[in-house]
Design a protein around this ligand. Structure first.
Ligand SMILES: Cc1cc2nc3c(=O)[nH]c(=O)nc-3n(C[C@H](O)[C@H](O)[C@H](O)COP(=O)(O)OP(=O)(O)OC[C@H]3O[C@@H](n4cnc5c(N)ncnc54)[C@H](O)[C@@H]3O)c2cc1C
Length: 396
């Protein structure tokens, strides 16, 4: 049953958000996919921002018709966007991931300089965590953020890779090591680096198997200097800030996985009810029937777990207590997305792998990133088991 966990206000928001996306995103989805159009993505981000949807996470900023903003509604927005085009949705996730630490941890001056543009959809943000030698293992981070007391500035040296919005962002939230002598995870900080800062460059843009329209690449910081006020929170508080950010990003990614899975499922069920083989509709065949059932229960599980995590967040559960439900939501929903994308291709046969017969092949390519971004499925399992085995230190 759809929307079992959602209340009437949430359901009303789902209708409102899907109508908005049908107007603003659906007509541009073709350009995003077939023309690899970042401009089309940017236009929808701007429309979303102007309509107030990027403020959903921030009760004090939100001035829309909603009585109760929060992660549940941001997740609904993510799900409905990903249903139409997952590549676009990643830009929302990144915008919210930038807005969140700015809102919570920036000094008033820095917050007022950068946050309004991001939540209004006029400024594009990027989150810079991953490095060539530090992916899942962020303790291997080599980027250095050094304090220059003489000029009251931070100086950043390092190379980040796989950064969404790499060369097109206006503001970069950069994680790096401020205290190399501290134990792993304890000496990390985060700073805000605006576009145009001397020493900031973009050596490479990646080509992915899906997610067309997205700009993902390397970002290099070669002695970039920012005022000391650009530090988020306290010095060496980066890990705590990152945990908060990943918690809510994983729930949003649960919404993305769910949207992608539903999109694939709808294609599969339509095909199973129309295509004929051996004198019957394809859906009458037991092996196809079974695939539909498998997809269906996985989607239901993903939905319940994703909105459980969103509702927990909205009821005030945070930090370590949210880690396990957020990781479960992300794991189940993103694995469901790749499962459904794969099975849908199989149900469609040749039509499933050709661009001429609909979106199944696009969804298949797009979905593959979901169990990797925002923390891999393996890392999600580590977070889940860590909560269940508190007396043990996992052998990572
Ligand atoms: C399209 C895209 C967009 C992205 N956007 C951003 C972004 O905006 N900002 C950002 O900072 N990063 C971003 N990333 C990076 C993403 O977060 C990383 O790719 C991810 O964290 C995995 O890191 P890695 O690719 O280095 O893989 P690795 O960490 O090298 O892992 C490789 C494989 O080994 C597994 N593995 C690693 N350690 C263990 C272990 N101890 N036990 C078992 N298995 C293990 C992993 O699960 C994975 O399957 C993006 C990535 C992609 C693909």
């Amino acid at each position: 049953m759809r929307d079992f966990i959602l209340d009437d206000a949430d359901k009303t928001f789902r209708v409102e958000a899907s109508e908005f996306l049908a107007r603003e995103l659906a007509p541009r989805a073709r350009a995003i996919e077939h023309e690899d159009s970042w401009e089309a993505i940017k236009a929808v981000v701007r429309a979303l921002g102007e309509a107030g949807y990027l403020k959903l996470m921030f009760a004090d900023l939100y001035r829309g018709s909603l009585a109760r903003p929060g992660l549940t509604h941001a997740t609904i927005l993510s799900e409905e966007s990903a249903y139409i085009n997952y590549a676009f949705e990643t830009t929302i996730a990144t915008a919210l991931s930038c807005a969140y630490p700015l809102h919570r941890h920036a000094t008033a001056a820095v917050r007022d300089r950068y946050l309004p543009g991001i939540v209004d959809g006029h400024t594009i943000g990027a989150i810079c965590v991953t490095e060539p030698a530090a992916g899942s293992d962020t303790s291997g981070m080599q980027t250095r953020i050094e304090y220059d007391a003489a000029r009251d500035e931070y100086v950043i040296h390092g190379l980040k890779r796989y950064i969404s919005n790499a060369a097109v962002a206006d503001v970069y939230i950069v994680y790096g090591i401020t205290d190399p002598t501290a134990p792993p995870g304890k000496g990390m900080s985060a700073v805000v680096v605006p576009r145009g800062t001397p020493g900031l460059s973009f050596p490479r843009r990646y080509t992915f198997m899906g997610r067309r329209g997205c700009v993902v690449g390397e970002v290099e910081f070669d002695g970039c200097r920012v005022p000391a006020e650009n530090l988020l929170g306290e010095p060496n508080a980066g890990s705590r800030i990152m945990v908060g950010m990943f918690n809510f990003e994983r729930v949003i990614l649960g919404g993305s996985g769910l949207g992608v899975a539903r999109s694939a499922f709808d294609i599969a069920t339509r095909h199973a009810q129309t295509r004929e083989a051996f004198g019957q509709k394809l859906g009458c065949k037991q092996l196809i029937w079974s695939k539909i059932a498998e997809m269906s229960w996985r989607i239901d599980a993903a939905e319940l777990l994703t909105y459980r995590a969103a509702k927990l967040y909205d009821s005030g559960v945070a930090g370590k207590s949210l880690m396990k439900p957020a990781a479960i939501a992300k794991l189940v929903a993103t694995e469901t997305a790749t499962y459904c994308a794969n099975e849908t291709v199989q149900v469609l046969g040749g039509d499933g792998i050709t661009a001429e017969y609909g979106r199944a092949e696009q969804i298949y390519r797009d979905s593959r990133a979901l169990p990797i971004v925002g923390g891999t499925s393996e890392m999600a399992k580590y977070l889940i088991a860590s909560a269940d085995l508190p007396s043990l230190k996992p052998n990572l």
